[in-house]
Unconditional design. Structure first.
Length: 319
């Protein structure tokens, strides 16, 4: 099926699109090649029409939110990508209904201004709701699933289904949707009342704390690996490194009151001979890679090396 036919169909469905979309300029991490057609459905009907059309004509496509957890290889070339970021409505009644393309910062700020509590800790996560539900995103002890009631999905054969919370199998950075070929359309949440002033104050405080402990100076996509402590994962198979790790954390950091892991990173690079990757790793944590112009094959090599050193015990959180 030619792209001309696809573009005519998009015009017929009245779905916005962009041709020759440059991932290297427009994706969150700013890597990747050219996508022939980037499509922006504005509602569930648009996405259902797209999926049915693509399936009928065996057209390959991928669906993304804001790409905040994705690193595209430099040589990536794709035919069609569907972005859900225009599916971003929020409906607040007795419960809350949110479409998948809604960004979490927007969602949390709206909730705080509407005196709805329970989501303040998630404000600093740049993901869309769909990606957040898929990964059961969380921060500061809170997770997106905490007040969730149900999730509406679209299967690859165009069927809309609803999953109740207990059917979603939520776990640390995991949901049942990892096992399914589907797209998250929306989610429903419990409405919990709070004090507007207190909620906005809490969001502001957490926002500042995130800037203190997380990487904000360089473009990044958050944690690379699904782990609470990558350094300790490395230490599990290397006793000498574990001793060095404990010494640095208990004594060096207490003396110098370091706000970054720069000292620990240097020690880790030296111990495991990882010096070639020192420029692509955040000084806040080795679990974050930064885009400073390096080729993505170097990042891929770093990820493979860390997996090898941890005995493949840590899974990759990125796509």
């Amino acid at each position: 099926m030619s792209n001309k036919h696809t573009l005519r169909k998009l015009d017929y469905f009245q779905i916005p699109y962009v041709v020759n979309y440059d991932l290297g300029k427009s994706s969150y991490f700013q890597t990747g090649g050219i996508v022939e057609i980037a499509v922006y459905p504005e509602n569930v009907k648009h996405l259902v029409n797209l999926v049915n059309y693509f399936s009928s004509f065996n057209i390959d496509y991928l669906v993304f939110g804001a790409t905040t957890n994705c690193i595209f290889k430099d040589d990536t070339k794709l035919n069609v990508i569907v972005f859900t970021t225009k599916m971003n409505s929020i409906s607040i009644e007795s419960n809350i209904h949110i479409e998948a393309g809604t960004r979490l910062p927007k969602m949390c700020n709206v909730f705080a201004k509407e005196s709805i509590s329970g989501f303040e800790e998630l404000q600093g996560i740049p993901a869309t709701l769909g990606g957040a539900v898929y990964m059961n995103a969380g921060c500061y002890g809170n997770e997106i699933s905490k007040y969730l009631i149900s999730v509406q999905i679209l299967t690859k054969d165009g069927q809309v289904e609803e999953f109740q919370k207990d059917e979603c199998k939520f776990d640390y950075r995991y949901s049942i949707f990892h096992e399914m070929e589907c797209f998250i359309l929306s989610a429903k949440f419990i409405k919990k009342n709070g004090n507007r002033k207190d909620l906005l104050k809490k969001i502001s405080k957490l926002h500042q704390h995130r800037h203190d402990i997380l990487e904000y100076d360089y473009r990044n996509v958050g944690s690379v690996f699904v782990t609470h402590d990558l350094y300790m994962d490395l230490a599990k198979s290397h006793v000498a490194y574990k001793i060095e790790l404990i010494f640095i954390r208990l004594f060096v950091y207490k003396i110098f009151r370091a706000k970054t892991n720069k000292i620990l990173n240097i020690a880790t690079f030296n111990f495991f001979n990882l010096g070639e990757f020192s420029d692509i790793v955040s000084i806040k944590t080795m679990n974050v890679v930064i885009n400073n112009g390096v080729k993505t094959d170097v990042i891929e090599k770093y990820i493979s090396r860390i997996q090898f050193l941890t005995g493949n015990r840590v899974e990759i959180e990125l796509i």
